[in-house]
Design a protein around this ligand. Structure first.
Ligand code: PLP
Length: 406
């Protein structure tokens, strides 16, 4: 008899986006004349930067000629892309990362879900609350969580982000071996200072833990004092794996390209206490299961690092950040406290009431769709996430509708 992986039965059904869709379609049915503006989902709305499109086209032409055609590429990614990533995203900022420590992939979602496979099942996992749900569900599937009690998994260590701690979790008071951190954060939009991040790196070093640092929103950082990479912190190479993505940076959500950094001296331990480098384990896993990102996509990603490409990417980020600034300003004028939106495309608003009630209020009174914070974890209750990914005109209209109706 074939048996299923029963850990899948422990997954809590994720109703968030389908529940949102249900609320929206019920409202639309009842009020077909009303305009709806979506500031809910974290998907970009603007086209790829010109430099990326041109590189993409040129690479497709390469594929059309025998002389320049490419078949299987290196699983880890083409050196032309990895070298630019290492020099421009890291070395230029004083972070000592080399091209062979970069693993190009088809998304930070897959990377953040896959990386846990190289760790033992009986480790303690520390998860942010509120959280990007992939960190949770992939550990549930792997059998690291036990059952749920009152909406929380028994074996997780929850790293709470609250008003009290400025939405940057405090160090855990219990053992944590694999620690997920995400800054700028999804969903809160909060950022972390170098000093706070250093406390996490020191904690990981003292406790022989690994930090999985998700920097998918790094390109929205405009405050130069904030770390863009965990490797700007001394000692992080030994204890941190970093995720980056071209999705939000350069509008690649539908094009798919990301990368993960696994430094060669990042170590973990076998049951007998023997030290092992993670790089060869991940290299083995990656090359076994993955045949690389398509050549044209890697050429398009490479264009992000050209002079025109980097200017266009900056402009793209500035566009969404202008939306975010407007949202912040309007939210504050209405008397609501919020975080995020300054070095991040997300604004986390304290709705001073139940998340779903506030969601319904904005939908029914203003026709604006946001995301109820409770969908991201217990600590999200009472908050909503507003996303800056839309046109400036739509954001202006949405905010004026909210202003007029609340
Ligand atoms: N990490 C975080 C925190 C995200 O919010 C997202 C996407 O929304 C991802 C990773 C996934 O990025 P990708 O499109 O590269 O899979």
């Amino acid at each position: 008899m074939i048996k299923i992986n029963e850990n899948y039965l422990k997954l809590q059904a994720s109703y968030l986006f389908s529940d949102i869709a249900k609320h929206v379609s019920a409202f639309q049915k009842a009020h077909p004349e009303k305009e709806i503006i979506k500031l809910g989902i974290g998907d970009v709305t603007r086209a790829l930067p010109r430099a990326c499109v041109e590189a993409f086209h040129r690479a497709v032409d390469d594929m059309a000629e025998d002389a320049t055609f490419r078949g299987y590429g290196p699983e880890q990614g083409y050196p032309f892309l990895r070298e630019k990533i290492a020099s421009q995203d890291f070395q230029a900022r004083g972070a000592d990362i080399s091209a062979d420590e970069i693993f190009v992939s088809d998304g930070a979602k897959c990377d953040s879900g896959n990386i846990q496979e190289i760790f033992a099942t009986d480790i303690n996992v520390a998860i942010p609350d509120p959280v990007y749900p992939v960190y949770v569900d992939t550990n549930v599937m792997a059998g690291r969580t036990g059952d749920t009690d009152n909406g929380r998994y028994e074996k997780f260590v929850y790293l709470e982000s609250t008003k009290e701690n400025g939405f940057v979790p405090d160090l855990p008071g219990e053992p944590a071996d694999l620690i997920y951190l995400c800054f700028p954060n999804n969903p809160t939009g909060a950022t972390i200072t170098k000093d706070r991040l250093r406390t996490w790196v020191d904690f990981a070093r003292e406790n022989k833990a690994i930090i999985l640092y998700d920097a998918a929103y790094e390109s929205f950082i405009r405050d130069d004092s904030l770390p863009r990479s965990i490797y700007e912190i001394e000692g992080a190479r030994e204890v941190a794996i970093e995720l980056r993505s071209f999705s939000k940076t350069a509008g690649f959500t539908g094009t798919r390209c990301a990368y993960m950094v696994v430094p060669k001296n990042c170590m973990a331990f076998a049951g007998d206490g023997e030290k092992y480098a993670l790089h060869p384990l991940w290299l083995r896993r990656h090359t076994t299961r993955f045949n690389g990102v398509s050549y044209p996509v890697q050429r398009a990603a490479e264009a992000v690092y050209s002079e025109e490409g980097s200017a266009q990417v900056r402009e793209l980020g500035d566009y969404y950040l202008k939306n975010a600034a407007l949202i912040r300003q309007e939210v504050a004028a209405l008397g609501f406290a919020c975080v995020g939106g300054e070095n991040s495309p997300y604004i986390w608003v304290d709705g001073k009431t139940d998340s779903w009630e506030f969601f319904d209020l904005l939908l029914e009174k203003a026709g604006v769709v946001c995301t109820p914070g409770a969908g991201f974890g217990k600590c999200g209750q009472g908050f909503i996430r507003i996303s800056a990914f839309n046109s400036f005109e739509n954001v202006q209209r949405a905010m004026s509708k909210i202003r007029d109706s609340l």
